[in-house]
Design a protein around this ligand. Structure first.
Ligand SMILES: *[C@@H]1O[C@H](CO)[C@@H](O)[C@H](O)[C@H]1NC(C)=O
Ligand SMILES: *[C@@H]1O[C@H](CO)[C@@H](O)[C@H](O)[C@H]1NC(C)=O
Ligand SMILES: *[C@@H]1O[C@H](CO)[C@@H](O)[C@H](O)[C@H]1NC(C)=O
Ligand SMILES: *[C@@H]1O[C@H](CO)[C@@H](O)[C@H](O)[C@H]1NC(C)=O
Ligand SMILES: *[C@@H]1O[C@H](CO)[C@@H](O)[C@H](O)[C@H]1NC(C)=O
Ligand SMILES: *[C@@H]1O[C@H](CO)[C@@H](O)[C@H](O)[C@H]1NC(C)=O
Ligand SMILES: *[C@@H]1O[C@H](CO)[C@@H](O)[C@H](O)[C@H]1NC(C)=O
Ligand SMILES: *[C@@H]1O[C@H](CO)[C@@H](O)[C@H](O)[C@H]1NC(C)=O
Ligand SMILES: *[C@@H]1O[C@H](CO)[C@@H](O)[C@H](O)[C@H]1NC(C)=O
Length: 143
């Protein structure tokens, strides 16, 4: 909370310094970032470390508040993990995040990540695969 207040104060400070330039830009429909990894149909392995990376679309975007793991149909994604960030929000300027993929995830080809920015909009990744080579959990979860 303290950390957030500090960011808010800092960005207000920047905003007041840069406030003279008045360009009207439409409200962004994403978190101000574009996810560059995973790419479409990338393969990741349950239980391994995976680097999520992104580029900056909106230079004013400050933080990524949550990264959710979803799966299923693009029109109605199902939430699998609400937030994979283990230590709260992360700065957009990090440009990557090292994710330890849980060992108990089901093998699927239709996972997607959803990053929620500090502007409350969401950026989605392409669909990608997570493969679980763990025989026990595969048997327990495959249909
Ligand atoms: C970034 O913020 C400044 C100051 O509020 C504003 O003038 C500018 O249009 C913003 N840029 C974008 C891409 O939203
Ligand atoms: C990605 O995988 C889906 C499902 O397997 C397939 O339909 C699609 O053609 C693939 N796209 C690319 C670009 O490989
Ligand atoms: C993943 O990264 C963490 C932290 O750097 C490390 O402790 C762990 O051994 C790594 N796991 C694998 C499977 O490489
Ligand atoms: C949140 O992000 C927007 C741009 O995406 C930026 O203009 C704004 O200053 C940020 N707000 C905070 C509280 O960091
Ligand atoms: C967790 O985040 C705090 C700031 O919110 C930071 O000081 C600390 O180093 C972070 N810990 C790890 C393990 O990244
Ligand atoms: C993330 O992983 C990359 C590649 O393994 C490594 O160079 C980098 O230091 C790691 N970053 C953090 C914050 O652990
Ligand atoms: C295998 O799956 C079980 C049950 O989900 C889990 O507890 C275990 O950590 C997994 N082991 C490995 C090596 O992935
Ligand atoms: C995986 O394990 C976590 C606890 O470590 C649990 O909360 C979650 O429900 C498990 N997911 C699946 C798909 O079994
Ligand atoms: C899971 O399936 C594999 C091959 O399909 C089999 O060899 C293994 O014994 C099964 N494990 C369990 C716990 O049923």
């Amino acid at each position: 909370m303290k950390f957030y207040t500090a960011i808010l104060y800092f960005s207000c400070l920047i905003a007041s310094v840069l406030g003279q330039t008045s360009t009207t830009t439409p409200a962004p429909l994403n978190a101000g970032v574009a996810i560059t990894n995973p790419v479409l149909n990338a393969t990741a392995y349950a239980g391994s470390n995976y680097t999520i990376s992104w580029t900056i679309l909106d230079p004013n975007a400050t933080t990524i508040e949550t990264i959710s793991l979803m799966d299923g149909n693009a029109a109605a994604l199902t939430l699998v993990i609400h937030n994979i960030l283990t230590n709260g929000s992360i700065p957009v300027s990090d440009l990557h995040y090292n994710w330890t993929i849980p060992a108990n995830l089901t093998s699927r080809q239709d996972y997607a990540l959803a990053m929620r920015g500090n502007n409350s909009y969401v950026t989605y990744s392409s669909f990608f695969s997570i493969i679980n080579n763990n025989a026990t959990s595969n048997n327990a979860t495959s249909k």
